[in-house]
Design a binder for this molecule. Sequence first.
Ligand SMILES: CN(C)c1ccc(C(=O)NC[C@H]2N[C@H](CO)[C@@H](O)[C@@H]2O)cc1
Length: 471
Amino acid sequence: WAVGAVVLAVAAALLVAVGPQGAGAARADTASGHRWITDRQGRALVLRGLSTASSAKGAADGMPWIEEKDVARERRALGTNFVRFLLQWRKVEPSPGTYDRTYLRQVAERVRWYGERGYHVLLDMHQDLYGPRVGGNGAPAWATETDGLTSAPTDPWELGYVEPGTVRAFDRFWGTVEGDGRDLREHYVGAVREVARHFADDDTVIGYDLMNEPWGGSVQGPAFESGPLARLYQDAIDAVRTVDRDHWLFVEPSAIGSNWGFATGLPRLDDPRGDGDAARIAYAPHLYPLPMDLGGGYTGSTKGQVDRSLRAWREQTEKTARRLGAPVVIGEFGLDTGLPGAMEYVEKVQRMADDMGAGFAYWSNDPGPWAPWDAKLRPTKLLPVLDRPAPLAVAGDPVAYGWDAAKRTLAVSWRGTAGVRGGTEVRLPARHFPKGGRVAGGVQRAWNPKSRILTLDSGPGTHSVRITPRR
Ligand SMILES: CN(C)c1ccc(C(=O)NC[C@H]2N[C@H](CO)[C@@H](O)[C@@H]2O)cc1
């Protein structure tokens, strides 16, 4: 009942408050209608990976459970090329204005593990429920001002967002309730800038996710997103650009509502790099359809509700991305793989991401029922669903791509773009392409049976390639 009350209250705030938002036009100069994050060779990146990892939230050293061998296993088993790596403000800035460079060096070591295997790393300034002092993770104790209000443990955990102490901590952070003058937001922006300073020259890092699932405390919906949240993002973007001119800045809408497909009031943000193609701001919403959040699987009457949520989510996401002039990376989607219809849902979201030209970081890489491996690191039924044929990098302007399991065909089409170097790389999992791929409509430049990466010739003009299993 309580969850329902929170949901309805926030939904009402969203539906009433979302005014006409300039949706922005799809780009006419790209086949996909949107921009792409590109690699150093100018190739459009199709980012597929895992959020790693929730275990970092409470770890004393702030590190996730993984060791280097686990990155090697992920690369072999899933062929992922992307990781959303969780950071904690409490570890970046353990006391006001003091930055823990040992922590940043430990993060850098893990970034290297990924970089040596061809991954692109998104550094995620992660929080849930503000911070440990109020039952969550993220913020340091010194930045958690509750004015003596308390936060009791809740079940489900999400109700913690309306615990008095947690609401007050957010309100003091956002300045909704005036505090002792110490501007917590300046400290937060300073911590983000310190992370960016540390990784400004690291080519494995693709960018910074400025805040995980932001929550406005007493201020909700577009009033929060177009107000305090947008101001914090703009301050963080401006601060990062004083030390890092190249990496992408990823922004998330308020978690509640947009996760489910409701509109977001996030306005366009400015990048000091410049406008248009010079700007490097990416949009990274999360996807958790409400019927599933309430425990339903992807089956029966819930399946139809989830499909409607997915359609609404895609429409709202693409509208916001156009307004921001931003490529889309689904920062999180995931579920308990034991739910009925779970694998069909994951397949559906992956196809939707293909159709959108969106990257994704599945939630999450924590061995267990939501993950591709269980507590003993044995494959779960999710693993083969994520181990899916897909392009990794497209040497031009992607037109469309997708895996047709029934026809056992991976189709990739693109327009060659002047100045883009290298070929188009696709990954062909052994489970679908045991002997590699047979290429129609294109020219195979290379095949690496170890990495399972097939490289296709590119060049000017339109390319439309279909890859089927070699017999
Ligand atoms: C009431 N609010 C603000 C709220 C409710 C529910 C979620 C959530 O389920 N989030 C989905 C997943 N994302 C986090 C990590 O980012 C995980 O802990 C959640 O399962 C978030 C916020």
